[in-house]
Structure formats: structure tokens, C-alpha cells
Design a protein around this ligand. Sequence first.
Ligand SMILES: NC(=O)N[C@@H](CC(=O)O)C(=O)O
Ligand SMILES: [Zn+2]
Ligand SMILES: [Zn+2]
Length: 432
Amino acid sequence: MTFTRIHGGRIIDPAHQVDRIDDLWIQDRRILGVGPRPPGAPERADVELDATGLIVCPGLIDVHVHLREPGDEASETIASGAASALAGGVTTIAAMPNTTPPIDSQGAAEFVVLQGRRAARAHVLPVGAVSKGREGRELAELGRLVEGGAVAFTDDGSPVSSAELMRRALEYANLFDLAIMQHCQVMELTEGAVMNEGFESARLGLRGMPPAAEDIMVARDIRLAEITGGRLHIQHISTARAVELVREGKRRGVRVTAEACPHHFTLTDEKLRTFDTVYKMNPPLRTAEDVEAVIEGLIDGTIDLLATDHAPHSQEKKSQAIDVAPFGVIGLETLLPVSATALVKTERLTWPQLLGKLTEQPARLLNLTDKGHFGVGADADVTLFDPETVWTIDVNTFQSRSRNCPFHGWEVIGRVETVLVEGAIRYQRPTT
Ligand SMILES: NC(=O)N[C@@H](CC(=O)O)C(=O)O
Ligand SMILES: [Zn+2]
Ligand SMILES: [Zn+2]
């Protein structure tokens, strides 16, 4: 038996409304308690960690991560993505199924689980495809995917365009109490587009995606969730109108949740003036009004949680012309600092509010009852970070195999120091 005590830190456990300087006790792989020495624990723990000046919180959970294995291991592998997660303080990641081949069968889901275990970095949980081959025609075998370890379903990379298929997916996934995560985009409205449609796209002469392409599908799917009683999760929400639609859906009692990505509440489409493909992602960067609406959605709880949409692409692919380069940015190693700098430093959210959207809420979405909190017996996945020190993001230090990060050179707060997974230290910030 190994006892670990993390002492002197500010413990923030949003699920239990804990925010105080105290000790966190761990026995082997599980949380033993917060506070004085629990019965059964020795006078001196086997491992003593000094967390003075640091915040100690449940390991972060990212429900939206693209690993490129199988199919494009030059951009990311399951192991490199899981290492990138740990360096960002993220102890659990949900892997999107848009690999080659896609994760649309029990065997494919089991492969992701196995490679995640082999890597022994962050926990890796597969998200199964909604449709066979992600082709949007026939429902995948959702029951088999659950057997293989799937924690939700999505065709992300593409939307489920067919309303009929979406309706059945919501109904079927509900039998397992799992969510359908939807990439909301009406494809007919976005053909050939590379950025947001508006003043900036007109000025640059680039084809744009109208915000309505997102809004229309959000509206449709909220209605489908309402009539089926199924669980709908809106991925990477980016428009003011979509935020309003989710707010109104929740008010009516529809089972809808939403996530926002750091780039959508920190950057606008003006960035495309550089023609730099690092600002090309889907959904695209929108306007300042959309950014403000996303932040307001985070503040009032309309947007439940944060996720990265970590979308690694090799230099080779991203260095192509803006109209041919792939969509996507990486995010695991900047999630906490960029969110903290944009939302906590500016006093839009408190630390416990921000951390709730990175721990408690994502755990709920995926039904991970033993994660995202410090209750007795919970998995001892713990992140220790420095909330004060200002530091500079440098992509050259990243664990990810890709470098398509729009935050290189940013001055930020929130630096991850130590990460424990199931009670063991699996990441320590290099000091040189
Ligand atoms: N977000 C992106 O711009 N790209 C994602 C796909 C997706 O999330 O839809 C990718 O897989 O590269
Ligand atoms: Zn998507
Ligand atoms: Zn995605």
C-alpha cells in the first residue's frame, strides 16, 4: 500500500464546492480524502508532495481530441497525444473517431483503448462513430462500440447531415444513456469555404462559411433531442445565435449540453488577414460579437464545458496554401493557460468556475462517475499548477507531434507543474 499526501496547496474540487488550502490524501490509485490525516493513513505518507503556492485540482478532462492513429501517425499518435495531454494537465481524453479507418466497430474502439493503455500517459477513451464509415448513411453498431469502450458517439470531422439518422442515433444512444456529439454544419451552405463569412472574408476575397450554417443545425438538433428525449452535445460552439439557441433549449428542459474551445473565445476572423493557415479551423474564427457571446454563455452556464478540439496536422499539410491546407489547431498544451488568461485573469470566471468546466462537467458528459472530483474513492488523477507566474507559450517545447498552435509566443498564467494519474506521478515540468 502506498500513501501519498499533497500538502500546502489550494485544493479546488468544484464538484464538492471545495476551495481551501488543505491536504489531499491518496491511497494507491484512489482519493482517500481532503483534510486531516484520515483513519488508517500513516503518520508520514510514503510520498509527500509540497504544493505551496499551487492549485491542486482533479485532473482535467478533454472530451474532444483528435489523435491521428490509425492513419496519420506523422501528425499524432495515441501515445504522443496522450503525452501532450499530460503536459497540459489533462489526465483523460476522449478520442474522436475520424481516423483512417474510422472508429466505427468494436475492434477499432478496442484498439484505441489498448494503445492508450500501452502509452500509459493520460487515460484515452474512444468516441465511436455515429454512422458506418462516418458516411452518414447507416447507423454504426452503437451497442458493439459501447462493448469496445465507447463513451459517446459522433461523426465529427463531418456532421450527421441526415435528420432521420440523427433522430435514430439520439434514440438509440439513449438506451445506453450516452450523448451524441454533433459537429453542427449545414454542408450545403459551406462548400469551398475556408473562413467565417462576413466583412473579413469579403475583404480578403476568401469564401466564407455563414454563421447560419452552424445555427440551423443547432436548432434542428435541439428539436430532435426534444422529441426523442436523447442527449445532444453541441461540439465547438462558435456563433452568438447558436449560444442563444442552446440557452433557450435548456430553458425548455431539452437535454442539450455544449462545449467551447479556447480559440473561439480568444481569437477573431481578423487573424486571417495574415493568410496564416494556423488560423484555419472548423468552425472558423468568428467576429468579436460571437467571441463575447461565447464568453457570456460560459459565464451563465449555457456552455457547460471547455474542450480543445485538438486537431494536429503535420507542417507539411499546414504549409500548403490557405484554400487547401486542412482545418484545425492543436490545443492540449495550451488549454489551461489560455483559458485562465482569457477568463480568470480578466475576472470573467473564478478559478472554481473555470475548473468546473474542465473537470466536473466533462466527467458528467461522459458518465465518468469516478473522475473529475475528489470524492472518497475517486480515481487519484490530480493536476498541480501555478496560477500566478507569467510565462510564454513555446510550441518547440510541446509533446505533440504537431505545431499548428495559434498561441505561440503568448504571455499567459496557469503553468502545469505536476500531474498524477491513478496516484502515480506521470508528468513533472522540466526545469531546464
Ligand atoms: N476542427 C477542425 O478544424 N478539424 C478537425 C475536424 C473537426 O473537429 O470537425 C480535424 O479532425 O482536423
Ligand atoms: Zn468538428
Ligand atoms: Zn473535432
